[in-house]
Ligand binder design. Structure first.
Ligand code: GLA
Length: 387
C-alpha cells in the first residue's frame, strides 16, 4: 500500500484520498453454467486489484496503472466508447455506465495495481470492473448495492467490452465472504454462503501460464452454441434455460439436436449442473472426497464435451490424479488456458508444488505457477484518508 501511495503522489503531486481493493475469484464447480441459468460455487481469493484515487477539479479522468505503461487522460463527457483493446476500457466502461444512469461525477485521478495474473481465468476483468463501480459509489454517494455493482460489471462486459459472460465473476468478487463459497443461483440471483471447510487440505491454484489466445471469441462461440442447443430442445420441452433440463429428460430428447457438437455442449452443461448438486450435498456434510471426485468429473466434461481445456490444463489435472494427497482438481473459469485448482493435503503442499512443477515443465516446456489460495472477502475500502 505504501508503494501505491508513493507512486500516486509522484504521478499526481498529492496523496490519494482513498484506496479500494477488489479480489479475483476461483470457481469451485459449475463451469459455463452461469449463462445457462444454473447454480455456481465461486469464492473470492486474496489476490486482486487495488485502486488509489482522488477527485480532481480539472474535469479530467486520469487512468494510470502499475501493471501497464499506457496511461490516459480523458475530458469528462456524457458518455464514452471502447478504445481498441487497452486495459482502461474496463474502468472506462463502468464510468460510462454510471454516467448513462444519470449520475454526476467529477474528474478523478486513478492509479490501479493488480497482483492477480491478468487474463489467467481468475477474473482480473471482473475485479477491476467491480472495483471501479464500488469506488465511484463510495466517492459520489450513489447508493448502489454491491449486487447492482456486480450487474453493472456484467453489463459492461457484455455491451462495452463485447464478451457474453454471465454474472458469476462480478457477483463473486462483489459479494465474497472470507472462508466461504458462494452458492449463487444465476437465474434468480439468490445466494447463500457455504462455509468452505477443508480441514487439513488447502486449495491450490496452478496457473498454466498459457497465453489465452482468442479466448473471448471462443467464449462467445460456446455461448451461441448453448443458445442453439436450447432452441432445438425447446421444440418439445417447455424450458427457459439448459439448466432447467435434467439428465434423463436430456437423453430422451437429445435427438432433437441435429449437430453432434451442440449435443456435446448441452451434455456438458446439463451434467455439470447435476455435479453442482452432488458437490453441494458433499460439502454440506463435509465429504471432501466426494467433492473432489466431482471436481475431476467436471474437468473431464470440460475437456471432452465442452472442449475448453487444452493440453496445459489437462497436464495439470493428469498429474493431480496420480498424486495421492490430491483429492480433486479441475480447470477453473472460462478455460482455453488460465488456471486449475486442486485440493491438496496441507502438509504435502511443498512436495506437490515441486513435483507438479517438474512434471509440467517436462511435458509443456515451461513452468506453471503454484500457490496456496486463501478464501477472502469481496470488494471494500482499505483505508480512508492519507493526507
Ligand atoms: C468466465 C465468465 C463467467 C463464466 C466462466 C465459466 O469467467 O466471465 O461468466 O461463464 O467463464 O464458468
Amino acid at each position: 500500500m505504501n508503494a501505491m501511495i508513493n507512486e500516486f503522489s509522484s504521478r499526481f503531486g498529492k496523496s490519494p484520498e482513498h484506496i479500494f481493493f477488489c479480489p479475483g475469484r476461483v470457481n469451485l464447480i459449475g463451469e459455463h453454467i452461469d449463462y445457462n441459468g444454473g447454480k455456481v460455487m465461486p469464492c473470492a481469493i486474496s489476490l486482486g486489484t487495488y485502486l488509489a484515487v482522488s477527485k480532481n477539479k480539472d474535469k479530467l479522468l486520469r487512468f494510470h496503472s502499475l501493471n501497464f505503461p499506457e496511461t490516459a487522460e480523458l475530458h469528462l463527457q456524457e458518455s464514452y466508447s471502447k478504445t481498441g483493446s487497452t486495459w482502461f476500457n474496463y474502468p472506462l466502461g463502468v464510468i460510462n455506465e454510471i454516467l448513462n444512469e444519470g449520475n454526476v461525477i467529477s474528474g478523478l485521478d486513478m492509479l490501479f495495481y493488480g497482483d492477480l495474473p491478468i487474463g489467467a481465468g481468475l477474473s482480473s476483468s471482473a475485479s477491476i470492473e467491480v472495483l471501479t463501480g464500488f469506488a465511484l459509489n463510495q466517492l459520489f454517494g450513489l447508493k448502489i448495492s454491491n449486487k447492482d455493482i456486480a450487474l453493472m460489471g456484467k453489463k459492461v462486459e457484455n455491451k462495452f467490452i463485447g464478451v457474453n459472460s454471465g454474472i458469476m465473476d462480478q457477483f463473486a468478487v462483489a459479494m465474497g465472504k472470507k472462508n466461504n463459497a458462494i452458492l449463487l443461483d444465476c437465474d434468480k440471483l439468490e445466494y447463500e454462503y457455504i462455509p468452505f471447510e477443508i480441514g487439513d487440505h488447502i486449495l491450490a491454484i496452478i496457473n498454466s501460464n498459457k497465453q489465452r489466445t482468442l479466448a473471448d471469441s471462443k467464449y462467445n462461440e460456446r455461448f451461441a452454441e448453448c443458445g442453439k442447443a436450447l432452441k432445438a430442445l425447446k421444440k418439445e420441452l417447455n424450458v427457459t434455460h439448459l439448466c432447467d433440463i435434467d439428465l434423463k429428460t436430456f437423453e430422451d430428447h437429445r435427438h432433437l439436436i441435429n449437430d453432434p457438437v451442440l449435443g456435446k455442449r448441452a451434455l456438458h452443461v446439463i451434467s455439470e449442473y447435476f455435479r453442482v448438486g452432488e458437490a453441494i450435498a458433499a460439502l454440506k456434510v463435509n465429504d471432501l472426497i466426494s467433492f473432489g471426485k466431482e471436481m475431476y468429473a467436471s474437468h473431464q466434461s470440460l475437456k471432452d464435451w465442452y472442449e475448453v481445456s487444452g493440453k496445459e490444463l489437462d497436464t495439470i489435472v493428469e498429474f493431480c490424479k496420480t498424486y495421492e494427497d490430491c483429492i480433486g482438481a479441475r480447470m477453473t473459469g472460462a478455460g482455453f488456458g488460465g488456471c486449475a485448482i486442486a485440493l491438496v493435503k496441507k502438509n504435502k503442499f511443498e512436495d506437490f508444488s515441486s513435483k507438479i512443477n517438474a512434471y509440467y515443465e517436462e511435458k509443456i516446456g515451461y513452468k506453471p505457477d503454484v500457490f496456496a489460495s486463501e478464501i477472502g472477502d469481496g470488494v471494500g475500502e482499505l483505508k480512508k484518508e492519507f493526507t
